[in-house]
Design a protein around this ligand. Structure first.
Ligand code: GLN
Length: 232
């Protein structure tokens, strides 16, 4: 086996900074996605090399053959399934509204008329914001990465942001950002590991076999417990 770099390793696209899924500690990447893909590689006996990039660049890089697979807190969507094949789902997520901890004005989408909504390029949050903009009457501010989007709302420069609830929960509880979630969860989705559609079925089989082994051995739960306080 081997990756598109011509060597022995598969090139793995990850988001630059998406705790608790991928983030750096002391210059090394760690997190749920990193531990899962490392464990799969070990169980299925292949090598990987991580390729961190802005989320918006990941699918184009898969299409260009610059990556073999991606694990990036990436939601399985019908639109993406037209160009990608996904593994079995490995995590439940979905979008929530997030405001500054001091904000008492915004409690749902209905309060967003004239407000500024921050989103990250290429994400389900960005797509949701665009699809619902006309109905709710907000402006959209685009960001390349989640930390700068979070800061914008923490600093009061944008009113609201859209993010996956496990990611924002981690940011609030572990990183002390002055943010809070409001309202109902807006969407339900699941994360999957992606390869280019129709091009990498052998690799996808190994990924699914590795995921199954991780779940059966209890290692999957162990990994999650390290990063998620409340499994619900
Ligand atoms: N789950 C979201 C998506 O798939 C966000 C992913 C991310 O920001 N890394 O678009």
């Amino acid at each position: 086996s081997g990756g598109s770099n011509g060597g022995g390793a598969y090139l793995v696209g990850i988001d630059t900074t998406y705790p608790p899924f991928e983030f750096q500690v002391g210059g090394e990447y760690t997190g749920i996605d990193i531990e899962i893909i490392n464990a799969i590689a070990e169980s299925q006996d292949f090598e990987i090399e991580l390729r961190p990039m802005d989320f918006v660049g990941i699918i184009p890089a898969l299409e260009a053959g610059e990556l073999d697979l991606a694990i990036a807190g990436m939601s399985i969507t019908d639109e993406r399934k037209e160009i990608l094949d996904f593994s079995e789902p490995y995590f439940d997520a979905g979008l929530t509204l997030v405001v500054n901890a001091d904000n008492t004005e915004v409690t749902s989408l209905d309060d967003l008329d004239g407000k500024v909504v921050a989103v990250k390029n290429g994400t389900t949050g960005s797509k949701f914001a665009r699809e619902n903009q006309e109905q709710y009457g907000y402006r959209i501010a685009d960001f390349e990465d989640s930390p700068s989007m979070f800061l914008e709302v923490a600093n009061g420069h944008a009113d609201v942001l859209l993010e996956d609830y496990p990611v924002i929960a981690y940011a609030i509880t572990r990183r002390d950002l002055e943010l809070k979630t409001v309202g109902e969860r807006l969407t339900d989705d699941q994360y999957g590991i992606a390869v280019l559609k129709g091009k990498n079925s052998d690799l996808l089989e190994k990924i699914n076999a590795g995921l199954k082994e991780l779940r059966d051995s209890g290692k999957y739960d162990e990994i999650l417990k390290k990063y998620i306080d409340d499994s619900g």
